[in-house]
Design a protein around this ligand. Structure first.
Ligand code: MGD
Ligand code: MGD
Ligand code: SF4
Ligand code: MO
Length: 687
């Protein structure tokens, strides 16, 4: 009997999840089926390891709930009952509905709704932006993640990025300010521990005693939203004790005199209660930070989810300027590298904004529920096209979003890998490829390497990539512009076709062969050692005329710290080890690891409410209620309740997201959402 020779191949790709690490991976494929997916040992950041989520990525690829073909709703919206249809039928239906909506209400009645479900450059945003821009559909302000932090920092230093994360090995004092590195950015941790072995001290500032806080040398458990007050007190000490780098400040900053006046009122004693730390602790932190060189601040996102989020980041960014920390390698502030990579790539060429219809309205993704339910919105939203996003889980005021998605006059399309909680409300669900089934390049927001993701297997079932979806939509809508039909390779080549000097080492061919290539900032890159801040004044703006022009406080300030109403707790709903935002809830392995939906309270708060560990409680406010299992936890300080934010099942088997309880209220600036300024009652269900 003749045996066919099994075909074996090894394909290099990259993780597309919304995560700073952008890992490089290697997929082993046998007879067209992916058998193994491993971290690439040659990638300097991945170092051969993936995370607790993506170690099992192939279970996600071949999951029995994977969407295999287009489906059309047959039950009530939300019931999740669908029947299979063909791609042609699905596309025809979209074309008919959209033509009719455009004729009656104009294209603004169609809302594209996407986020960073894949961070791959062209699958995240390329042909979708071209098509929706050309039609004149409503623009979506995608400010739910990182915009507030980036804008806040840029207010002070002109741009959101700074120190190369690999340079943290040179730091001697690393302040992980509101970031849970070990869980959310795990590949930075070996670099941090290497710095520690070279003598660095690791400080974590977080209201929660996270895994990262446990591993740090010092954990400062601040009150939520009080970070700017703490930073102002640190500046107070630095100025009072003359720890200022006057030479640096006088050359490269403006507004020092005004700042001196401002911080007088923020002595450690004055802020101790607000911040939740005693004055000697604040004094010690300020002195250690200012006198150990190089000292580095490392925030990511966490504190941006408070109403004063932008002011927190704007204020943090003043610290390294005052002490001239930018002079040394490993000193300064290290946040996202996203802006740097995006300014290097040819993004205008990719998006072609010149073809966009002008003067089109914008809506903020945070306001989805209210916008869908707003009867006076003109034009109303009559169709929503969701991809790369799962708003029913991840966007504030979940119940209002659900009410909106239940509207019979709303035509909802969801393109995803499974019938997500959002897809349950769709009229059409369309199957999307996983990361190992499509081509892309993946920029990183946690390091300086650009990766190429080569498809390792054919699309599962009839799934299509985002770019292919938008090519098909353009065709069925009768468009003929050639730039709506470019291939994935063409799109990638366009994005790489940039004059920026840092892209010099990166070519399509090199990426294809090697899997990843480093952007070219020099290894000893010191962006602001000699000023050069890209602000309006060309200097670091301790005083910001731009803020004043917008009617905001021109100086760093503590911002409005929301006070917990009596008897309530502040709900922080955060990220977990086994979920990636709203994703992985349908995979049994991950669901088991995270368990039934729980809420963690400090023992003091639990006992004062007569609540016992393991019992079922309502976590409730005026927006809704969630049944959760109570956990006593020393991680959580009194006054706080902590809950995972991604969708988990409650004890009754219902799917629940903490965003049932979060309001859409905006942040001070940057257009984000104050997810963590949510206040709740925690009450026994039995009692
Ligand atoms: N309460 C609370 N809410 C939060 C947060 C919090 O801390 N607390 N964090 C916020 C933050 S920072 C973020 S970033 C958001 C994230 O929230 P989400 O946008 O929900 O994030 P993801 O789970 O990363 O991805 C969304 C969807 O994209 C899909 N997807 C992945 N790849 C593709 C693809 O190639 N094509 C298509 N069409 N779909 C794909 C995934 O299957 C998933 O269903 O949540 C925010 N919401
Ligand atoms: N395993 C895993 N990794 C992930 C994700 C995931 O869902 N799971 N999500 C990815 C995404 S989309 C993002 S944006 C990043 C986010 O990465 P991070 O910014 O590290 O994560 P967050 O959980 O948003 O917030 C970090 C910490 O901020 C703390 N925090 C909350 N309020 C305050 C405050 O007022 N002050 C201070 N100092 N700290 C505060 C929280 O307790 C939390 O520990 O992680 C990415 N990585
Ligand atoms: S989710 Fe993050 S840590 Fe995990 S494999 Fe992807 S990039 Fe790496
Ligand atoms: Mo995020």
């Amino acid at each position: 009997m003749a045996h066919s020779t099994p075909s074996l191949s090894i394909v290099r790709g990259a993780c597309g999840h919304d995560c700073p690490d952008t890992c490089s991976w290697i997929v082993s494929v046998k007879d067209g089926r992916a058998e193994k997916l491993q971290g690439n040992p040659d990638h300097p950041f991945t170092r051969g390891t993936l995370c607790a989520k993506v170690n099992h990525y192939l279970e996600r690829v071949y999951h029995d709930q994977r969407l295999l073909y287009p489906m059309k709703r047959v039950g009530a919206k939300g019931a999740g009952r669908f029947v299979r249809i063909s791609w042609d039928e699905a596309l025809q239906e979209v074309a008919e509905r959209w033509h009719s909506i455009i004729n009656q209400f104009g294209a603004e009645a169609i809302l594209p709704y996407s986020s960073a479900g894949t961070q791959g450059l062209i699958q995240m945003s390329s042909l979708d932006r071209r098509l929706f821009g050309l039609l004149g559909c409503t623009n979506l302000e995608r400010n739910i993640c990182g915009e507030v932090a980036g804008t806040g920092i840029a207010t002070t230093q002109g741009i959101g990025f700074g120190v190369d994360p690999e340079d943290l090995v040179h730091s001697k004092y690393i302040v992980l300010w509101g970031t849970n590195t070990i869980v959310t950015n795990m590949h930075l941790w070996p670099i941090i521990t290497e710095a520690r072995s070279r003598g660095a001290k690791i400080v974590v500032i977080d209201p929660i005693r996270t895994r990262t806080a446990e591993q740090a040398d010092w954990h400062l458990a601040v009150r939520p939203g009080s970070d700017a007050a703490l930073a102002l007190a640190v500046m107070h000490v630095i100025i009072r004790d003359n720890l200022v780098d006057h030479d640096y400040v006088s050359r490269y900053a403006i507004g020092y005199e005004e700042l001196v006046e401002r911080v007088k009122q923020y002595s450690p004693n004055a802020v101790a209660e607000i911040v939740g730390l005693d004055a000697p602790t604040i004094e010690r932190f300020a002195r250690e930070y200012a006198t150990t060189a190089p000292s580095l601040l490392r925030p990511l996102i966490g504190p941006e989810h408070h109403h004063n989020g932008a002011m927190i980041f704007r204020t943090l960014a003043c610290l390294p300027i005052l002490i001239g920390a930018w002079r040394q390698r490993g000193g300064g502030l290290s946040r996202s590298t996203h802006g740097l990579q995006f300014s290097t790539l040819n993004i205008p060429g990719l998006l072609l904004p010149e073809h966009n219809r002008p003067n089109v309205r914008s809506l903020n993704m945070r306001d989805l529920g209210n916008d869908l339910c707003n009867p006076s919105l003109s034009p109303p939203i009559r169709s929503i096209c969701v991809y790369n996003c799962n708003p029913v889980v991840s966007v504030p005021n979940q119940q209002q979003i659900v009410r909106g998605l239940q509207r019979e006059d709303l035509f909802t399309i969801v393109h995803d890998l499974t019938v997500t909680e959002t897809a349950k409300y769709a009229d059409l669900v369309l199957p999307a490829t996983s990361q190992i089934e499509h081509l892309d390049i993946v920029p990183a927001w946690g390091h300086h390497y650009l990766a190429m993701n080569r498809p390792a297997i054919d699309p599962v079932g009839e799934s299509v990539s985002n770019t292919e979806l938008f090519r098909r939509l353009a065709r069925v809508l009768g468009r003929t512009e050639p730039w709506l039909f470019e291939s994935d390779e063409q799109l990638i080549r366009t994005a790489l076709n940039s004059n920026h000097p840092w892209i010099a080492p990166i070519t399509y061919e090199r990426l294809w062969e090697e899997g990843f290539v480093r952007f070219n900032p020099e290894r000893d890159w010191l962006p602001f050692a000699e000023g050069g801040f890209p602000t309006r004044s060309g200097k670091a703006e301790l005083y910001s005329q731009s803020l004043l022009d917008q009617g905001l406080d021109p100086l760093p300030a503590r911002g409005e710290i929301r006070q917990t109403p009596p008897g309530k707790l502040q709900l922080i709903s955060g990220k977990t080890l086994h979920y990636l935002n709203s994703s992985y809830g349908h995979v049994e392995r991950h669901r088991k690891r995270e368990g039934t939906l729980y809420v963690e309270l400090n023992q003091i708060d639990a006992i004062s409410r007569n609540l016992k560990p393991g019992e079922l409680v309502w976590v409730a406010n005026e927006q809704g209620q969630i049944a959760a299992q109570l956990r006593y936890s020393e991680r959580v300080q009194p006054g706080i309740a902590w809950m995972p934010f991604g969708g988990l099942q409650d004890a009754m088997g219902n799917f629940v997201s903490a965003n049932t309880l979060t309001p859409e209220e905006p942040t001070d600036w940057g257009g984000g959402s104050g997810f963590y300024d949510t206040f709740v009652d925690v009450i026994s269900i039995e009692g």
